[in-house]
Design a binder for this molecule. Sequence first.
Ligand code: CA
Length: 737
Amino acid sequence: MIHPSLTVRFVAGISLIGVVVFATACGESDTPAPAAEAAREAPAPAASIGLIDDARIENAESEPGNWLTYGRDSNEQRFSPLEQVNRESVSRLGLAWMKDLGSNFAQEATPIVVDGTMFFTTAWSIVYAVDAVTGETKWRYDPEVPKETTARRACCGPVNRGAAVYKGRVYVGSLDGRLIALNASTGEKVWETDTLIDRERPYTITGAPRAARGKIYIGNGGAEFGVRGYVTAYDAETGAQVWRFFTVPGDPALGFESPAMEMAAKTWKGGEWWKIGGGGTTWNSIVYDADFNNLYLGVGNGAPWIRAIRSPGGGDNLFLASIVAVDADTGEYKWHYQTTPGDNWDYTAVQDMMLAEMEVDGVQTKVLMQAPKNGFFYVLDRADGKLLRANQYVGITWASHVDMETGRPVENPEMDFQEETKWILPGPLGGHNWQAMSFDASTRTVYFPAQEWPGLYTVADEFKNTGFLKREPKGVNLGTELARVGQLVLENEADAPDPKGYLKAFDPLTGEEKWAVEHEHYWNGGVLATQGGVVFQGDAMGNFSAYDAATGATLWQFQTYTSILGPPITFEIDGTQYVSIMTGTGGGNHFDGYFNDSATIKYGNYGRMLVFALDAKAEIPVPAVLDRQIPERAEMAATPAQIDQGDRLFHSWCAPCHGINVASTGVYPDLRLMAEATHQSFQQIVIDGVRAKLGMASFADALTADEAELIHAYIVNRANLDRAAALEEATAEAAGG
Ligand code: CA
């Protein structure tokens, strides 16, 4: 075991799994997609369930027992009016049913519950419709994402955050970039359309589509690898494209798709950002606002991350790290607010956005709230995007404050990492990530998970030495020094701020922290608050917990034996209130194995749907604690220089999944623990792709057999060093040292 303080809290990337290969292209550029394939066939029978429409969504308060959209209601406040489970009764909460999903990847979905049926998605974009009372499966739809080509281009695992249910159909975005409409009653496909503008580029979809006004809205991810972000609206009925809004400009020499892109291009200076892609992917939050007929897009980070590479002449690089309002019917730009001008740190503004009305400086105002990665909690005026508040919500070092006159953050010059590697807060996981937050309007309190997790920021040696960074078409394109990140982490480990994780109760107007629960681990689950005075959250230690909304005191806890990221939801059927949570971690922490005590590291990563009710008594199986002892193995014949080369190759190609310095978080195999038979098959796995169907694609396009052998030698060397350190530690402990 690696020394517990010696970590591997990586860092250069939240997220990079690996790498891209995607070959079979048919990459037409931006022509509207033809109306979806199946739509031309005989009309499918109408569905009798999943009959959610705009009126129901906009009047969600009249049906508190259902959970109709991603954020429960049209404001996406995720606050439930249900109160059968409350401060007094919550101690009686027990497991009502449980569904094993046969997956050991992260489960991030928000279920939709309507009229007795629960619809939810799992890893690999699989959709379930189940009886919400019993868990019995009504249907299951698998879009058959091609794992062998797709796994390597999903930065943070083959995750999916949910489906939209609308007018008898279930809409899901598949990891490989399709938008699919299913009959809500049967799960049969009604239509499917390809949302990608270029299949050679490593786009993915992990976010939940949103439905409003007869249209389905969907974005994508891929900025770590190098893509250009956009959001597309499709006709819900036919799948025909209605509009597309690009979030960053393409090559100006080719002209601009819209006046907004012409405006944005003025903020990109020098360089050839379009070659890597520019980034700005909208991979999570999209919210429709009926008050203004706006669609709000939460826009992500730059590609590459490093602004000096992307835009060497400076500039804000619109619309990176911005909240953009467009007309929901036409996709025309209305306003934007950029949280992090000239993003340099992977500070996305894709985090969940909530709409509300509140008195601000004496005026009743329709506001939008977001806690993006950069550590400031924003309140904007939805009428025009005006900045109303920007209160710091967690410890940060990259900036001192937001100047309310200019609306811009004031960067901390001491944290400039252009020349020198620096630990910076927040790191690429952000002060808050996609994990859900919840807003109690009656007390003006937002409940959300936050973390202080440092990133070790560097600039790629190649760029420093040559002033240029060439695109790696098969891998990540961060512009950071990825190959040496394992060594840099080891060298700088002593200076790293300690990572911390919290559940916070926060006043978005005053910035007052009403209370905070400090968790053992930094990377925890989404949050649900209810009228019962209870705040629910799952954590990395496997606890699903209920906290007192007024004080943060723990009221109830249930051990699930798996780390949790997903959002709890609640619903009521026939007089019984239920609370659900999905277990299974991943996302950004899969490269960070220094924390050896999470539930997933201890027991495994069990993908499950768990549903609770008062006085329910079902039991969850108690798994055995995994054997984490590193087996002994002879070093391979390799010189120190070759092991160093293997180290660099490992960190360029393998570490994003398998962990910096080979310490996995338990989602992907910890290669230090490989069995002898796996060692014997190393070449077949890495080069021949014998495990491609499981998501471990061949790297023959990126690595030679000799290079794979160098990686293997490095892994064995690292494993033996860690084994020796663990034995030494055990001996010292036995001696009472
Ligand atoms: Ca990112």
